[in-house]
Design a protein around this ligand. Sequence first.
Ligand SMILES: CC(C)(COP(=O)(O)OP(=O)(O)OC[C@H]1O[C@@H](n2cnc3c(N)ncnc32)[C@H](O)[C@@H]1OP(=O)(O)O)[C@@H](O)C(=O)NCCC(=O)NCCS
Length: 234
Amino acid sequence: MGEKAVFAAAAGEGFSAAAARFRAGPCHVVLVKDVRAGAPEAFLTPDELSAWSALKVPKRKNEWLGGRLAAKLAGAAAFFPGVPLREIEVRRELTGSPFLVCRGERRHVSISHSAGVCAAAAGPGFLGLDIEETAPRHPGWYRDYFSPAEREGRDDAAMTALWAAKEALFKALGLGLACDTSDADLSGPEPVLRGRALARWEELGRPPFSLEPFDPGPGLEGRIVFAKQAGIKR
Ligand SMILES: CC(C)(COP(=O)(O)OP(=O)(O)OC[C@H]1O[C@@H](n2cnc3c(N)ncnc32)[C@H](O)[C@@H]1OP(=O)(O)O)[C@@H](O)C(=O)NCCC(=O)NCCS
C-alpha cells in the first residue's frame, strides 16, 4: 500500500520530534509525532504564537502545533528550501482550508491529525490529505456516511480508509465536510463526484487527479489526493 512512513529522530529550530518524509506524486509529505517544542517562537511566526497560546485544550494545542510543524517542513521541502521555518506562515481560509505564505508567495498545503500523529502535504493547488485511526464505529456511522455499495465487503480498516479518502478529496476541493459525504461515491475503481463536490470540481476546471494510499503507521490509514497537472489554482 503506497508509501510507508518511516519515523526517525529529527530536531530543528526550537523543536525535536520523530519525523517521516516521502514524496507522493508532486507532493512533499511530512508526518511528525512526539513533538517537543522547547522554543516554539523559533519556528512559529508571532501571529501563530499568539494563536497557539490562545488554545486551551491540551490535545488541540498539541495537534495544532504538530500540524503547523509538519506543514512548514513540507512547505520548506516543496517550495522554500533553506528558509527558516518562522518565515513560513500557515494561514487558513474562512472555510478552514490552510495555505502557506512565505516572503510574499502563497502556496498550497493540506493538514491532518489523528492519534498523536500530525501529517501535512505541500504541492499543487488541488491537494488534500487525511489520516484516520482505524476503529470499530457505531453502526450509524457506516449507514449515514456510506452507500450500501461502499460498505459492501469492507472491514473496519477498509471503511476507515474510505473515510480518509473522502476527507482527502473534500479537502482538495477546499470544502472539508461542508458537503455531503455522498457527494463522493468511492464504491468503484474511480471516484464519482456529485452535488456540491462536483460543482466545485467543475469550478476548478475539472482537474484530473490521483487518489493514493499511504501508510502513516500501525492502526492508521492515510490517503492523499493531488492534481496530475501543475498550475491548478484554488
Ligand atoms: C476539514 C475536516 C473535514 C477535517 O476533519 P477531521 O478529520 O476532524 O480533522 P483532520 O485532522 O483530518 O483535519 C483537520 C485540518 O483540516 C484542515 N481543514 C479544515 N477545513 C478545511 C477545508 N474546508 N478544506 C481543506 N482543509 C481544511 C485544517 O488545516 C485542519 O487542521 P487545523 O485546524 O489544525 O488547521 C472537518 O473538520 C470539517 O469539514 N470541518 C468543517 C469546516 C470547519 O470546521 N471550518 C472551520 C471554520 S473556522
